[in-house]
Design a binder for this molecule. Sequence first.
Ligand code: DNO
Length: 405
Amino acid sequence: MRQTWRWFGPKDRVTVEDARQAGVEGIVTALHHVPTGDIWTPEEIEKRQREVAFLPDGSMSGLAWEVVESLPVSEAIKTQTGDWKKHVASYKRSLQNLAAAGIEVVCYNFMPVLDWTRTDLHWRVKHGGRAMRFDLADFAAFDIHILKRKGAAESFSEPVRESAAKRFGAMDEARRTQLAGNVTAGLPGAVESWSLPELAAHLATYDGVTPERLRRNLIDFLAEVAPVAQSLGLRLCCHPDDPPFPLLGLPRIMSTEADYRSVLDAVDVPANGVTFCTGSLGARPDNDLPAMVKNLADRIHFVHLRNVCRDTDEVPCSFFEDEHLAGQTDMVAVIAELLAEERRRVSAGRADANIPMRPDHGQDILDDLKRGAQPGYPAIGRLKGLAELRGVMAALKHPVLGARG
Ligand code: DNO
């Protein structure tokens, strides 16, 4: 697998030089500053390519921008309202500009209103480091008591509602503000950040948008852009919902294998593919991740490897981001399936046999606790994850093990 590393651009406190020392082969980034719906121009793309290729002292980094994460899909496209047709046209143009710049893999998501969501960004784990956590009772406390969304209480079970009321009662003002900020202010890479009234207004735009409707809108979008991507030699890959269940009464439609299957089959071109994120999909006990890799294999264009530990086996549930080889996802089995797919691609003569992966998220450990990098994207925690994953890949590819297995 091709080892890549997410970089948020010049403001990222984990630099391209750091990525180089981590030993990665390529960079994953985006033009986070371009408003959603606008065209990514050749000039802006080239500028970011230079920022990746050259270190501050003017020497070459030896790294290139290989994967876009993300080329965001506007709310207008998701709801098919307002300027959505114009945004689709801009999206196609951005794809053309990326292809002309030599970038082939483009990740996006189709989560309404919120991208990934956590209630704690620096939750203390047993070893004293910090990790991200999604706590269902805290989330319910936000939804019912802070946002005060109509219908919120009914979206949770009675025990969760009760814990939420207790939690909310015990929270001081600072924690309430922090919790609201964690949910609404947009985590790294998320394109939008809302105030509470703005969030409520955006939620209202989904009144009457059923999961079936949202899926149809995604398919309509892909019917437009996937053939363009295909003709340009690009690979589009949809990131799963994170967490993989509905929140705030919004539909979520990319949470399971069946969700992916229906969308891949509906627009049946190789460029319509999957970002296989083990951390997102792993937050549902009914997702069998190694089996999902096997079944979706030929359309997996990009991989995020990380692990979660769920508190219970219910959907929805609370979870925290565990170490890459801990948690409930059988990471060795997932990687074995991915390597098997790479071998199949080699035999089929596919040019995309080396699938880009990145160590996704990491716990804050050691000096990460002082660096103040983007939540979930520390230097050392990610490097530790990458080192462990690299060990698994090396072992699984070793001829001795291959011969025995
Ligand atoms: C979180 C990320 C997501 C992802 C987008 C892709 O760490 O994996 O924000 O970048 O959902 O569109």
